[in-house]
Structures are given as structure tokens and as C-alpha cells.
Design a protein around this ligand. Structure first.
Ligand code: FMN
Length: 504
């Protein structure tokens, strides 16, 4: 990663960023409010006044997003009945590639969807992590509620889906926990139900980093301090929902992507680093054995697949918020939802890293298809270099830390197939694949109750599909020739009929 330009530490972050030469510039916005302004300028923000917190905001978002083909707006809700003007919610942060690109500090336009994953992967390759920097104060401390004043229902906390029974303050959030054995602060997006103004749930699936932290405290009979940030820089949220390696703090990673440290204040109750410009933060404690029934909640696979079971909750000790706070939300539902691209891009870049870390050559693209939530349908594009290469790639992609959780279909295709174009992937699966030799099954893999097909013991089975041309036939040029238009004829016709092709 290029070294940041030297600037005076006394300059505020926005000024320092503006001084960065254009070529060196990383993430161009500062915090959630600046992000919203930039999205507005891009023509991708919709403002809606008067929608109710009780199912109207969630349903409106689903209706605007479900058939949007990657073009849904971000939605800023205001004037929520029962709440003061200015107490807002933001939905749909990542339902366009442009907004993901803005968030990651990458170019905004791409020819193919997989090109943004390539750009992100390359950015990660050259990046050095940067630790957060403590500052004395920040807007998150505009309002601090303690003791009897604590009330998380001060904000227009929604019931998201029609069949949900409770309000959820945490969906597009970051739950900060500390490893009891090291100084690793993990940030994970985990859902948080509201029981009352001072009691909040937190559902963390087995194997997730926050869950490993909590299990360690509870095994020792200790309570766990926790901070839930419910309105923040979209970059921190995106990283919190991405499968970063164990032991890596999302703060350090965000600093690396920005090229400068994230500014944090010390949480008054937890002492944890809290984003200085966060919108809403809940600090509290989870106590071993203290549980409440959690759910039902419309889940990321698009079902009510998760049982309502007793889960640990958080006793809220302090609430911090900015004046006119913005609660960030991300209800998930049947496809396509606003997290399809977030997981498609963030998770795919992590799988790409893992494939290369295992020494696998000629990885040309990875894409998690938006209609199949998270890593349920991952397609990988390679240039085959040796017999067995395709099978190598399938097994690593399906079992590396970034691809292992709750996958279902992993498919490998050749270099002439755009792995982010579902039509092309289906064509390869239909014409280069033999059901007897080109399938492997993985049994008893890492799953969870969120999967309606989960098996006793909480496992799932999954399928690996080799949709590459058989290596020997490809190497000998013995596979049938593809019907296509050559690059030369394409270029000639584009020049000759420029107007016609410009409008397609
Ligand atoms: C909107 C949204 C809600 C999520 N809710 C949960 C949740 O309730 N529990 C959970 O374990 N993971 C949830 N996830 C997935 C995790 O955020 C994701 O697996 C992430 O990698 C977890 O961080 P970790 O790898 O540091 O544990 C959610 C993701 C998104 C985008």
C-alpha cells in the first residue's frame, strides 16, 4: 500500500483526506452522513417521510429492492410516527454496486460485476492494516444516557417483517466484543432484538467470532462486556458483515482501506474503542445463564427457519447518540435483498484471498450470486493449468473460513465464462458438466438453524460442481467450438453501427 502523504496530526480528518493526491486517495467520504450526501449526489438516495416503524419501513424497502436488479435506492426514513423529526432510519445501503464501490473507495463503474471483486481483491493484496486512533471526544457523545435514563426505544426501532413479533434495533449494526485472551476487538453484524428499553438480545451463530468470544467468557463463569453500534460508517458495517480472518480487527482493516486510522472514543461503560462519529451505541453486559426467548425473525435465507429459543441478552448500561441520530437497518428476505451485493462482493474477495493463500494459480474471478444468499451459490472462474486444478479450487473455496459457513453450491468455470453472469454459468453447467464425474458432495459441513434444510446436529450437506471443459480435451483442443462473434467482428460492427450499439 502506498504511504499516506505527511500531514499535520492537528488537521481534521476531512481536511487531511482532501490534501491526499488524487492517485493516493482511498475512501473518499467521511462517515455515514457524508456517505449519504454523496449517495444523494449520485442520484441513489430516496427520502421517505411518514412511514411507520411497525412493519412499514421494512416492507417498503423490500418492495423497492426485490426486483431492482442491483438498482435499488438507499432509503432515508424521517418523520416516523411517534418520533421527533430528525430521528431517522437508513435502509438499503448496499443494494447497488456503485454504493459498495463508494464505500470501499474503489472506482464506481465496472463492465462486469466480478470486476469490483477483482479490484477489491487487489486492494487487499497491497494493504497494510492501520490501528484505530483514540480521540478525546466525538459526535457520538452528543447525548449520553445512563442509569434510569437508559432507553433504547428513544429511537424509531422497527418491526421489520410482517410475521416478526418484536422490534430489532440491530441488523445493519456492529457488535463489538473483546477476546478475553488477547487485545483483539472483533466487530460483527449480529441481530439485536429489543425486549424493553434496558434489555436487548444478540443472536450470534456458533463459530462466529463474537460467539467464540462470548463462549470463552461464559465457560469461565464471567460476564462479557459488549458495545452494539447501530448507525455508523458503512465501511465498518460492511467489514463487520464480511468473514475477515480470525484475530483481525475490522477497525484495523478499515484503517488500511482508508489509508488512515479510524478515530475512536473510549466507551464510558466498556472502555472499548467506539467510532467517534457513530450515530447510536448501546453498551452493556451479557451474563452467563441469563437468557430470554429470541425471535421469530425473518431470516437471511428468506424464511422463518430459525427456532425461537432462549438466548443470552444484554443488560444495557449506557446509550450514546448523536443529535438527530440515524439508525441503520438491513432486514433480509427472499431475494434479492439489500445484503446480496454486500455478501456477494465482500465474501467473494475473501474467498479469492484464501484460494491464493493456498497456492492455487490462475484464479480469475469469484462471485457469490445475489439470489442465493451469502455463499449459497459461489462461482469461481479459473484458467485450468493442470488436471485436477478445478477440483482443488472447489474444495478450498467451499471449506476456507470465508466460504465454509452455510454454503450450498460451489461451481467452477473456465476463463471464457464470466462467473458473475448467471446465464453464462448456467450455460457452462449445462454443456461442460457430467453428473457422474463432475460432482463432489461435502457432508456434515458448518451450518446453522437459519438453513431450512439443516440436519440433526446442525450440519448441512453441499454440492461442488466442476463445470469446466475436461482438462485433457481442453489442452488438446478437442472440445466443441463455441458459437460466438469474434472480438474483431464485434469491434468492426460497433464502429460501423455505433448509434445502435450505444443504445443497447
Ligand atoms: C444484515 C445482517 C445481519 C446479520 N445477522 C447476523 C446474526 O444475527 N447472527 C450472526 O451470527 N450473523 C449475522 N450476520 C452475518 C455476520 O455478520 C457475518 O457472518 C460476519 O462475518 C460475522 O462476523 P465475524 O466473522 O467477525 O464473526 C448478519 C449479516 C448481515 C449483513
Amino acid at each position: 500500500m502506498a504511504r499516506p502523504e505527511k500531514v499535520s496530526a492537528a488537521q481534521p480528518q476531512a481536511v487531511r483526506q482532501a490534501h491526499r493526491p488524487e492517485g493516493n486517495r482511498r475512501v473518499a467520504y467521511r462517515g455515514l452522513r457524508d456517505w449519504i450526501e454523496q449517495v444523494d449526489k449520485m442520484g441513489e438516495l430516496r427520502r421517505i417521510n411518514g412511514a411507520h416503524w411497525d412493519r412499514e419501513m421494512g416492507a417498503t424497502t423490500q418492495m423497492l429492492t426485490e426486483s431492482s436488479k442491483g438498482k435499488a435506492p438507499a432509503i432515508l426514513f424521517d418523520e416516523v410516527p411517534g418520533y421527533a423529526k430528525g430521528f431517522r432510519t437508513l435502509y438499503g445501503q448496499f443494494s447497488s454496486i456503485k454504493r459498495v464501490a463508494l464505500t470501499l473507495g474503489l472506482p464506481l463503474e465496472y463492465e462486469r460485476k466480478v470486476d469490483i471483486v477483482k479490484a477489491y481483491h487487489e486492494r487487499m493484496q497491497n494493504m497494510k492494516v492501520i490501528k484505530p486512533k483514540f480521540v478525546k471526544s466525538g459526535p457520538v457523545l452528543d447525548q449520553v444516557l445512563e442509569g434510569a435514563d437508559v432507553d433504547v426505544l428513544k429511537f424509531p426501532v422497527p418491526i421489520h417483517h410482517e410475521l416478526d413479533q418484536a422490534r430489532y434495533i440491530g441488523t445493519a449494526d456492529l457488535v463489538i466484543t473483546k477476546d478475553p485472551d488477547s487485545d483483539w476487538y472483533n466487530l460483527g453484524a449480529y441481530r439485536c432484538q429489543v425486549y424493553d428499553g434496558k434489555t436487548v438480545g444478540c443472536q450470534i451463530t456458533e463459530g462466529k467470532h463474537g460467539r467464540i468470544h462470548r463462549d470463552k467468557y461464559f465457560e469461565r463463569g464471567q460476564s462479557m462486556k459488549v458495545a452494539v453500534v447501530c448507525g455508523q460508517d458503512p465501511l465498518l458495517y460492511m467489514l463487520s458483515a464480511s468473514p475477515l480472518p480470525r484475530g483481525v480487527s475490522e477497525y484495523d482493516f478499515a484503517g488500511g482501506l482508508r489509508g488512515e486510522p479510524v478515530e475512536v472514543v473510549k466507551g464510558p461503560y466498556t472502555g472499548f474503542p467506539i467510532p467517534a462519529d457513530a450515530e447510536i451505541v448501546i453498551e452493556g453486559e451479557a451474563v452467563p445463564g441469563h437468557v430470554k426467548p429470541e425471535g421469530p425473525f425473518g431470516e437471511w435465507m428468506g424464511y422463518y427457519s430459525d427456532d425461537v429459543v432462549p438466548r443470552p441478552y444484554i443488560d444495557v448500561k449506557t446509550v450514546l447518540y448523536r443529535d438527530n441520530p440515524i439508525l441503520t437497518c438491513a432486514p433480509q428476505h427472499k431475494p434479492v435483498d439489500e445484503t446480496g451485493l454486500l455478501k456477494g462482493i465482500g465474501g467473494a474477495a475473501e474467498i479469492w484471498q484464501a484460494l491464493e493463500a493456498c497456492g492455487l494459480p490462475e484464479i480469475l474471478g469469484v462471485w457469490n450470486h445475489e439470489g442465493a444468499p451469502a455463499t449459497r451459490f459461489t462461482a469461481i472462474q479459473i484458467r485450468q493449468r493442470y488436471p485436477g486444478h478445478a477440483r482443488n479450487v472447489l474444495h478450498v473455496a467451499a471449506n476456507c473460513a470465508a466460504g465454509a459457513y452455510n454454503g450450498k453450491w460451489t461451481v467452477v468455470v473456465d476463463e471464457d465464462i464470466d462467473c458473475s453472469d448467471l446465464d453464462q454459468v448456467l450455460w457452462a453447467m449445462s454443456t461442460r458438466f457430467d453428473p457422474v464425474t463432475d460432482i463432489d458432495i461435502i457432508q456434515k459441513a458448518w451450518s446453522s438453524g437459519r438453513d431450512p434444510m439443516f440436519l440433526p446436529g446442525n450440519f448441512n450437506n453441499r454440492i461442488l460442481i466442476d463445470a469446466c471443459i475436461p482438462y485433457d480435451r481442453k489442452a488438446k483442443g478437442k472440445f466443441s467450438t463455441v458459437v460466438d462473434v469474434s472480438p474483431e467482428l464485434r469491434a468492426k460492427l460497433k464502429a460501423k453501427f455505433a448509434k445502435i450499439f450505444a443504445s443497447t
